[in-house]
Design a protein around this ligand. Structure first.
Ligand code: BGC
Length: 765
């Protein structure tokens, strides 16, 4: 096919074998199912009650069995031809278990009716169990399944009060649980949710034998659930978030709804397990720790050999399946750094690896490695050396296990006799009015208010002065090496440069607009589409795509090659539909259970987030589709997201909230990054020169282009000045022109952004 033929002509050319379409094809749906199975986490399994024995009759309670939430809402939604719910999944296993149909039909009719009457899927009130159906269920079986679901979406955070409770069980659900626990001998709980919710009600209730965290498993989620319950699949997911007993246990809870205008991240770097494992007395708040997840088999880890070569730690060990069923294990390595002048989390995840499928009795040698300097502490207060990453002197322990708790005994230790300055950086994005920050003994230290003047950066420009030409250089000439980019850009007028720095209308099935599109110079229109759980095409186009499980579930697979395959599969669906830019992955940190977009994000841990995002980007870009890690940065709340100021220490920004982006940029070199709506310490992310030029481009060496988030509230010319290359889905051309005329921005600054845009387009096939 001719270069850019898809972008220019939007052809209907299928990508599958024998000219079949691959969009929502069987192979991709199967991949979605595989991921849903692999990222579900078995939280509880007393007496090995699961898998449910063959021939067991089961009564399934809860409206959620008929209202499966495949993923969240907003731009992260996916238009699909079907969603398999839990009832359908269990019925599909009629060879293994019997379902009390009349009970399930009651829930199905109830859900259908509620939806018809305008209720939102995932937010339907739990109905009381009809007495007669309860009695009949009891006659039929002593085994019950309770299904609970939750929905959330972009633009709205959830609440945790009686009227809208995301974390706690709601009144109807509490009644459901009480009734079922009072009437059945064996009870299994299924959670179809997009973020951490209360698990203490079943964890600490002996009457409930088993619980499975299904997350939101995409279009095949109900089938995956049933196959785990019936033992066709052995679960191997592990939590990538901490499950605490109460909402208030999460350190972000206190201030989450303090103001619509700002969020103060006073817990600092102590997010998730870094908080619960470090701060005195907080360990006991944890019901299921980070990294935790059960299996139908057991594993041992042995023969661990650790050797150190400079800063590099290499670990080799043997993981063995010592149980009776085939399964997979996740090996997790944590680093324990000495407490010193810079407050430290007790343990930090520094490497992980999932085993292959190991048959009972089989073992596998696993190699892991990491660089200790990647886990140095950033000294933003000048405790040792201001604005430097530092490894403090003292004893470092390496711990291996299958969860943060399980990793308790050091397998290797080393002593640093002196502090090591790993890297001297500059102060960027520092707060003006944080007030206080948490340290590892559980107390807060004051952070004085400081007015900051933000830095600007000297950039190297190309030779982009306007040169009128009698002929026209076409972009294809540049792509084919017949002409050079500087010459190409020099022929563009200021107005043409400005035109290229904003989004343009949709073509084909796109609904999030496109870029490029300047016919005279052969610049093709390149279309964007949302993600991350699949390629989102608006329902009215009539094109269904594969809904993969949400990112939180994908992270819980801990399976990097699997995530890469999903990236590739999604990219091919984008390509087949002539969409060149997939606005995926999203990797903000799970700071609070109530953030409406948690489902789109991977984890509370930056290493997991970064590794997953990097895998996704590699998969996507292997098909020459542009991946767009988003939302850079500190977008951890949806309320007033266009105007909310994330007030946060520089250390927490660097070590927690942008660390995943750093890993992703260094490992997989994305061609585009999306800035976030929010402000960071008073400066909008897309206008934030220190963030974009100082950190992303200078420190990390990022070479790709940068887009704004859609319809943000930032000023276009300030974004250009900061190096945020394009404003989507449309810009402010008049205002940019005015700023150019007033000398607030220069032609070079416009041209530099265009240069990055065109270099991205040139990469497309
Ligand atoms: C979201 C982005 C999304 C964009 C385009 C915004 O509201 O924050 O994640 O990619 O819309 O739909």
């Amino acid at each position: 096919m001719q270069k850019w033929a898809r972008e220019k002509f939007q052809p209907c050319i299928p990508l599958g074998e024998n000219h079949t379409r691959i969009t929502e094809c069987e192979t991709n749906r199967q991949l979605s199912y595989e991921a849903a199975c692999e990222g579900s986490v078995l939280l509880k399994n007393n007496n090995d009650f699961l898998p449910i024995g063959k021939g067991t009759a089961v009564a399934v309670f809860g409206k959620a069995q008929a209202d499966y939430v495949k993923g969240g809402g907003g731009s992260g939604d996916v238009t699909v031809s079907y969603v398999k719910n839990i009832y359908e999944g269990l019925k599909n296993r009629a060879d293994r278990i019997t379902i009390f149909d009349r009970l399930s039909m009651f829930y199905k009719e109830y859900v259908d009716n509620e939806l018809k009457n305008g209720a939102y899927s995932g937010d339907i009130t739990e109905p009381p169990i009809p007495a007669e159906l309860l009695e009949e269920s009891k006659k039929l079986t002593d085994t019950a399944i309770i299904v609970i679901n939750r929905f959330s979406q972009e633009g709205i955070d959830r609440k945790n009060d009686e009227a809208d409770s995301y974390f706690n069980l709601r009144a109807g659900e509490r009644e459901l649980v009480e009734t079922v626990t009072a009437n059945f001998e064996h009870i299994v709980v299924l959670l179809n949710v997009g973020a951490m919710i209360d698990v203490s009600w079943f964890a600490y209730n002996d009457k409930i034998e088993a619980a499975l965290m299904l997350w939101q498993g995409g279009m095949e989620g109900g089938f995956a659930a049933a196959d785990i319950i019936t033992g066709i699949v052995n679960p191997s997911g592990k939590l990538t978030d901490t499950c605490a007993a109460r909402f208030s246990d999460y350190p972000s809870s206190e201030g989450f709804y303090e103001s619509d205008d700002y969020v103060k991240y006073i817990e600092d770097i102590f997010v998730g397990y870094r908080y619960f494992e470090t701060i005195p007395d907080k360990k006991e708040c944890v019901v299921y720790p980070f990294g935790y997840g059960l299996s139908y088999t057991e594993f041992s880890i042995s023969d661990a050999e650790v050797n150190q070569s400079g800063n590099k730690i290499n670990i080799s060990l043997v993981a063995a399946n010592i149980g009776k069923t085939a399964g997979k294990e996740v090996i997790q390595v944590y680093l324990e750094a000495p407490e010193g002048n810079i407050a430290k989390p007790k343990k930090v995840l520094c490497a992980f690896e999932k085993t292959d499928m190991l048959e009972a009795g089989e073992s596998q040698r696993i190699q892991l490695s990491f660089d200790i300097t990647d886990f140095a502490s950033y000294d933003d207060m000048g405790a040792i050396q201001k604005s430097a990453y530092i490894l403090e002197k003292g004893i470092y322990n390496i711990l291996i296990g299958s969860s943060v708790r399980d990793a308790a005994q050091p397998v290797y230790s080393f002593n640093l006799s002196e502090n090591v300055i790993v890297e001297q950086l500059n102060e960027y994005c520092a707060p003006e009015r944080l007030g206080k920050r948490l340290i590892s003994d559980g107390t807060y230290i004051d952070v004085p208010d400081i007015r900051r003047s933000r830095k600007t950066f000297k950039r190297e420009y190309g030779n982009w002065d306007y040169k009128k030409r009698s002929d026209v250089i076409m972009l294809l000439d540049v792509a084919e090496g017949k002409s050079d980019m500087d010459e190409f850009i020099s022929q563009l007028t200021d107005d043409e440069l400005i035109y290229l720095l904003e989004g343009h209308k949709n073509r084909g099935v796109a609904n999030t607009c496109g870029m490029g599109d300047l016919e005279k110079y052969g610049i093709p229109p390149v279309m964007t589409a949302d993600g991350p759980a699949g390629v989102r095409i608006n329902a009215e186009c009539g094109v269904n795509t594969t809904a993969f499980p949400v990112a939180t579930l994908l992270a819980c697979t801990w399976n990097i090659p699997l995530i890469e395959r999903i990236g590739k599969a999604g990219a091919l669906e984008a390509k087949e539909n002539n969409l060149s830019i997939w606005l995926t992955p999203a990797l903000n940190i799970h700071r609070s259970p109530l953030c409406g977009r948690n489902f789109e994000y991977f984890s509370e841990d930056p290493l997991v987030s970064g590794k997953m995002a990097a895998a996704m980007v590699r998969g996507i870009q292997s098909e020459n589709i542009v991946a767009v890690p988003k939302h850079f940065a500190c977008n951890n709340k949806e309320t007033n997201r266009y105007e909310s100021d994330s007030i946060i220490s520089e250390r927490a920004i660097r070590e927690i909230y942008i660390k995943g982006f750093e890993i992703c940029v260094r490992e997989s070199k994305p061609w585009m990054i999306m800035t976030s709506y929010n402000l960071i310490n008073g400066v909008r992310a897309s206008e934030n020169t220190e963030l974009i030029e100082g950190i992303l481009r200078d420190e990390w060496g990022y070479k790709g282009m940068i887009t704004s988030d859609w319809e943000n509230h930032a000023e276009h010319w300030k974004e250009i000045k900061a190096g945020n290359d394009i404003k989507m889905p449309y810009g402010q051309p008049e205002k940019v022109k005015e700023a150019l005329n007033d000398g607030k921005i220069t032609r070079e600054e416009l041209a530099e952004c265009v240069n990055r845009l065109l270099n991205m387009i040139i990469k497309l096939q």
